[in-house]
Design a protein around this ligand. Structure first.
Ligand SMILES: CC(C)(COP(=O)(O)OP(=O)(O)OC[C@H]1O[C@@H](n2cnc3c(N)ncnc32)[C@H](O)[C@@H]1OP(=O)(O)O)[C@@H](O)C(=O)NCCC(=O)NCCS
Length: 220
């Protein structure tokens, strides 16, 4: 069997800690060696026992390490993709982390840099992109298309044939009706029930979900 691959986590917040907990359950596959954080005040600290080695410049010291970007924020839904762009690494450097308690149907191929946490169920989607984060108990079902950099907070659930555009953020416990499209960079509030298409970069919330705002210049 191949030796576990060294792994660097980019980010020092709650998601990084959750990803760390997941990879520690897979010691035959991953050997976490450190976290990277832009905040110099964190350098040298420990993240649940894992050293914060420094900023992105540390990547050059570990050319063989896989990398996973652990950043997710409803106020900056495109933030993770912005970090990925800044790192400018080849796609094969990014780790796909699947918690052992996730249920992923054979043939559903999560993309590079994608994280699927405990209790995530993925049945038969058409696509599960790169740098997707699915927090605990997310449900992705038949014919869904989940774009790059999408964040699905805990218990978000997609009906069949849902299309989620790149960098969209679905809040915890939100539900999306079958065949509905969520635009790129859009945000859906926690607990919302989405019955109609959400245009790109708009913020929708409620039951049924309605537009509550728009993210101007939502580049990152
Ligand atoms: C949708 C969201 C991004 C809006 O945040 P915001 O832009 O700061 O908006 P505000 O909190 O100022 O709320 C604006 C209005 O929308 C309403 N609203 C906000 N979120 C709502 C929600 N999820 N459902 C229903 N209404 C909501 C507020 O009550 C407020 O209404 P009002 O103007 O009548 O008082 C945020 O509430 C949200 O749901 N974030 C996701 C949280 C989440 O899933 N976290 C997971 C962490 S792991």
């Amino acid at each position: 069997m191949a030796a576990p691959r060294p792994l660097l986590l980019v980010g020092g917040g709650g998601l990084a800690r959750e990803v760390l907990a997941a990879v520690r359950l897979l010691p035959e596959r991953w050997r976490p060696i450190g976290a990277l954080d832009d905040d110099p005040a964190r350098h040298g600290a420990l993240l649940d026992g894992l050293p914060v080695l420094g900023g992105a410049d540390v990547l050059a010291d570990h050319p063989d390490a896989a990398v996973v970007v652990c950043v997710a924020n409803a106020t900056r839904p495109l933030g993770r993709l912005a970090v990925v762009r800044r790192l400018a690494l080849p796609r094969e450097r990014f780790a796909t982390v699947v918690h052992p308690a996730a249920s992923i149907a054979a043939g559903a191929e999560p993309g590079a840099g994608t994280v699927l946490l405990a209790g995530v169920v993925v049945t038969t989607p058409l696509r599960l992109g790169d740098h997707v984060v699915a927090m605990p108990h997310v449900l992705v079902t038949h014919d869904d298309e989940v774009g790059d950099g999408v964040t699905l907070a805990g218990r978000a659930s997609l009906g069949g044939g849902v299309v989620v555009g790149s960098g969209a953020y679905l809040g915890q416990g939100s539900a999306v009706r079958e065949q509905v499209a969520i635009g790129a960079g859009a945000v859906v509030g926690m607990g919302s029930v989405v019955l109609t298409d959400v245009p790109p970069e708009e913020v929708w919330a409620g039951v049924p979900a309605r537009r509550i705002g728009h993210r101007e210049g939502n580049a990152s």
